[in-house]
Design a protein around this ligand. Structure first.
Ligand SMILES: CN(C)C(=N)NCCC[C@H](N)C(=O)O
Length: 264
């Protein structure tokens, strides 16, 4: 099994993460400032995503990353490989994402002196508290919604990237840096635009049960969110998600492509 894609996925994810960090802190109202935890999580998650995607394509088409320029896989194969990568990475992402969402939603640090202490003191404390209070399964709260969010949207991610590269690259050649940047950026936007409705639901499921349990499941969360807030609820965060997605995924794909070309 080729491992370069796992390593390239990790490094390129970290590069994208550094670029996206200011957007994340805006999105999180400045509460998720440390970089070591997101870098550790991206190491696992992006290497699983890119590694599984590439190895799934290898299984489906019997072509390596280098051979795929001369023999492009079908869009169906790209979509299936992307969905497989998205599905598997969701399970690695679930505990990291839960901790991120729980820390993001802590309002206490903004409060005045004398107000209650924050519930969690940092990522490790948050993980340990969830484990103690909710058991090991607690660390996977919202994982089902996360899987529903990531399985199809990562298929869309890779299909957009490969489709745009194919469109703007002469046959048999590698895409230029400009093409990779634009295709990567639009792949990020396409995946986040389609992921945003379930991203909203996923975050609600991850916060559910902290004080009391409100939702009976993903569907119940969707229905009651729409009943209370209207259809607009599914588009919360769409602008910031898309604005962040372009630069993050442009540099992620650029570094991924160049690392793989460099390693031969
Ligand atoms: C849930 N969605 C839409 C995705 N995971 N899309 C792929 C982009 C991944 C990249 N690290 C980012 O954070 O934009």
């Amino acid at each position: 099994m080729p491992v370069e894609e796992f390593v390239a996925g990790w490094i390129s994810g970290a590069v994208g993460l550094v670029l996206g960090h200011p957007f994340d802190t805006v999105k999180l109202l400045g509460f998720f400032k440390g970089m070591s935890f997101p870098i550790a999580s991206i190491a696992v998650v992006n290497s699983v995503l890119f590694g599984v995607y590439s190895n799934a394509l290898l299984l489906l088409t019997a072509t390596s990353h280098q051979e795929r320029r001369a023999q492009p896989p079908s869009y169906m194969h790209i979509f299936l490989a992307g969905c497989t990568g998205g599905f598997l990475q969701a399970y690695f992402l679930a505990p990291f994402d839960l901790i991120k969402v729980r820390l993001q939603n802590q309002t206490e640090p903004r409060a005045q002196p004398g107000s209650p202490q924050p519930r969690y003191h940092g990522p490790m404390h948050c993980a340990a508290s969830i484990f103690q209070e909710e058991g090991p399964r607690g660390l996977f709260r919202g994982a089902w919604a996360l899987t529903l969010r990531d399985t199809p949207t990562l298929g869309i991610y890779f299909i957009t990237y490969e489709g745009l590269c194919h469109q703007y690259t002469p046959e048999g050649q590698n895409p230029s840096s400009a093409t990779v940047l634009v295709a990567g950026g639009f792949a990020g936007i396409a995946s986040w635009v389609t992921a945003t409705p379930l991203d909203v639901i996923k975050s609600r499921m991850q916060m559910d049960g902290l004080r009391r349990k409100v939702y009976r499941g993903v569907l119940d969360c969707m229905v009651s969110s729409v009943r209370q807030e209207g259809l607009g609820v599914f588009f919360r965060g769409l602008t910031i998600n898309s604005a962040r997605a372009f630069p993050v995924n442009a540099v992620t794909f650029l570094s991924y492509e160049y690392l793989l070309r460099w390693w031969g």
